[in-house]
Design a protein around this ligand. Structure first.
Ligand code: GLY
Length: 433
C-alpha cells in the first residue's frame, strides 16, 4: 500500500512518525517544523521504489495560454531552447517524480536526510542518509556538468561534517578535480552547461558549486581549488549583475572571456530578476566571503540582500517565481527561492553591518514557510516538506509544486537559525577537514 496516500491521522501511527518523536520536545516552532520534516523524509525514504533513484518533485501540468499569461508574450516568441516538456499525463499528475544520480537535484534528498538527522538526532534518519549518499558515488566521476557541487557537496559534504571518514574525503576531492576541469583560465570561469546555443554558458547558480571547492582545499591543503573558486566569483561579479544588483541568469562568454550574450533560461525575460537566481547569488557571495574574507564578496552579498528586500513584494515574503512576475494570486510562488534567501541571509547577518535586519527578514521568511500555507501536513505532499515552489515556468516544468531543493535549504536554514540561537556560527563547513 502507498503510505503517502493514507490520511495524516493514519500516518501519525506509523513507524517513521514514531521515529520523529525523538525531536527535542521544547515546543518551539523550529522543533515542530523539524519534526514534520523528519516524518516526511522518513516516509519518502520508505516509499522509494527502486535503488538508485531519488525523489525530486510532484509532477504538475501546464497550459500554453497560462504560460503566455505569465510570460506576457505570445507562444510564438517563446525561446527555441525552451522546448516545452511533455505534459505528465493524467497517470503521473501529482505523483512523485524520481530521478537518477545524474540529475542535478539527486544530492538534495540525501542532504535533507543529513540535515533532518542533525536537527532531530534521529539515528534512523542518519542510516537512511548514509544509504542514499552512497548511491551517489558515480556522480564523483562525472565531468559534463557544473552541478557537481549541488550533487556531491550537499550529501557528502554534510556526511563529512556529521559522520566523517576518509572515503568521503576522496569522493569530495575527486569531484572537485572534475569541477575545476571545467575552468577555462582564458575565460576565467567554470563552464556551467554542455548543451544549448551558447559558446560558454555560465549561470548564476554556479556560485553554489563553489563550496565543494572550498571544502576540497580544506581537505587537501591545496589552494588551487579555492583560487579557481575566487576567480569564478570575481568574474561573475564583473559580468552577471545589473547596476541595481539583480543578476542575469545566463552569461555566455567568448573564448577570450568577453561577454557573448546575457539572457535568461528559467526566468520571465532576459532583463527580469528570476527569484531563485537572486537567492543563489546572495548565498554564493555570502559563502565566498566566509571562506576568503575578501571585502568585495561581502559588499556584493550585502548589495544583493538589500536588492532582494526591496524587490520581494509579497506579504508573506515568499517571492513570486520571478521578481518581475505579475503581482497576482495567479502568479506561482517559489518557496525554494525563499528558503535559499533565508539560509543565505542568516549567515550574512553574522558578517554584515545591517545584520539584525537580515536576520529578522530571514526569520519572517522561515515562519511563513513553517506555517500551514507552505509546510506540508504530515503524510501528504508526496512526503515533501514544503509546498509551492517553481522549478522552470518557461519550460512548463514544476510549477507550484514541492521540490527537493526547497526542502534542503529550508532544513539548512532551520539548522542555521538554531546554531545562531546557540551562539555558534551559522554554517559549520569548517568541520569538513
Ligand atoms: N540550478 C537549477 C535551478 O535552480 O533550477
Amino acid at each position: 500500500m502507498n503510505k503517502l496516500l493514507l490520511t495524516a491521522l493514519t500516518i501519525a501511527a506509523l513507524a517513521p512518525a514514531a521515529r520523529a518523536a525523538s525531536v527535542a520536545g521544547d515546543g518551539d516552532w523550529i522543533s515542530r517544523a523539524a519534526a514534520t520534516a523528519a516524518r516526511q523524509l522518513a516516509l519518502q525514504a520508505d516509499e522509494v521504489p527502486a535503488p538508485g533513484v531519488f525523489p525530486r518533485n510532484l509532477n504538475t501540468d501546464f497550459s500554453i495560454p497560462d504560460l503566455e499569461w505569465h510570460l506576457e508574450i505570445p507562444c510564438s516568441e517563446f525561446k527555441p531552447e525552451c522546448d516545452l516538456r511533455e505534459h505528465p499525463g493524467k497517470d503521473n499528475y501529482m505523483k512523485v517524480r524520481y530521478v537518477k544520480p545524474r540529475d542535478w537535484t539527486s544530492g538534495f534528498f540525501p542532504g535533507s536526510l543529513w540535515l533532518a538527522y542533525e536537527l532531530t538526532g534521529d539515528k534512523a534518519l542518519k542510516e537512511q542518509a548514509a544509504k542514499y549518499t552512497n548511491m551517489l558515488l558515480p556522480v564523483s566521476y562525472m565531468t559534463d556538468t557544473h552541478d557537481l557541487g549541488f550533487m556531491v557537496n550537499c550529501p557528502y559534504g554534510n556526511a563529512q561534517r556529521l559522520s566523517p571518514n576518509d572515503s568521503i574525503k576522496e569522493v569530495i576531492v575527486r569531484t572537485a578535480d572534475n569541477l575545476i576541469g571545467r575552468f577555462d583560465p582564458k575565460v576565467g570561469a567554470i563552464r556551467s552547461w554542455d548543451f544549448g546555443p551558447w559558446n560558454y554558458p555560465v549561470i548564476i547558480d554556479n556560485m553554489m558549486n563553489l563550496q565543494l571547492l572550498f571544502n576540497a582545499s580544506r581537505i587537501t591543503g591545496d589552494k588551487k581549488y579555492t583560487d579557481i573558486a575566487v576567480r569564478h566569483a570575481l568574474k561573475t561579479i564583473d559580468h552577471h549583475f545589473r547596476p541595481d544588483y539583480t543578476s542575469y541568469h545566463v552569461v555566455s562568454y567568448t573564448p577570450d572571456g568577453g561577454v557573448e550574450r546575457r539572457q535568461t533560461f528559467q526566468g520571465k525575460a532576459d532583463e527580469s530578476a528570476w527569484s531563485r537566481g537572486q537567492g543563489w547569488a546572495l548565498y554564493g557571495y555570502t559563502e565566498a566571503y566566509r571562506e576568503t574574507r575578501r571585502p568585495e564578496f561581502l559588499r556584493q552579498a550585502e548589495a544583493i540582500a538589500d536588492m532582494i528586500i526591496k524587490r520581494n513584494n509579497t506579504e508573506d515574503l515568499i517571492p513570486y517565481w520571478d521578481f518581475d512576475a505579475k503581482p497576482s494570486p495567479r502568479s506561482p510562488r517559489d518557496a525554494s527561492a525563499a528558503a535559499v534567501i533565508a539560509s543565505g541571509l542568516l549567515e550574512l547577518s553574522t558578517f554584515a553591518k545591517n545584520g539584525t535586519a537580515y536576520r529578522d527578514y530571514a526569520e519572517r521568511i522561515l515562519t511563513s514557510l513553517a506555517s500551514p500555507a507552505y509546510l506540508a501536513e504530515p503524510g501528504t505532499n508526496g512526503g515533501f516538506v514544503l509546498k509551492h515552489s517553481t522549478g522552470s515556468l518557461p519550460h512548463g516544468s514544476e510549477i507550484d509544486t514541492p521540490l527537493n531543493y526547497a526542502d534542503y535549504y529550508f532544513l539548512e536554514a532551520l539548522t542555521r537559525l538554531r546554531r545562531l540561537q546557540q551562539g555558534k556560527p551559522a554554517a559549520d563547513w569548517a568541520r569538513v577537514k
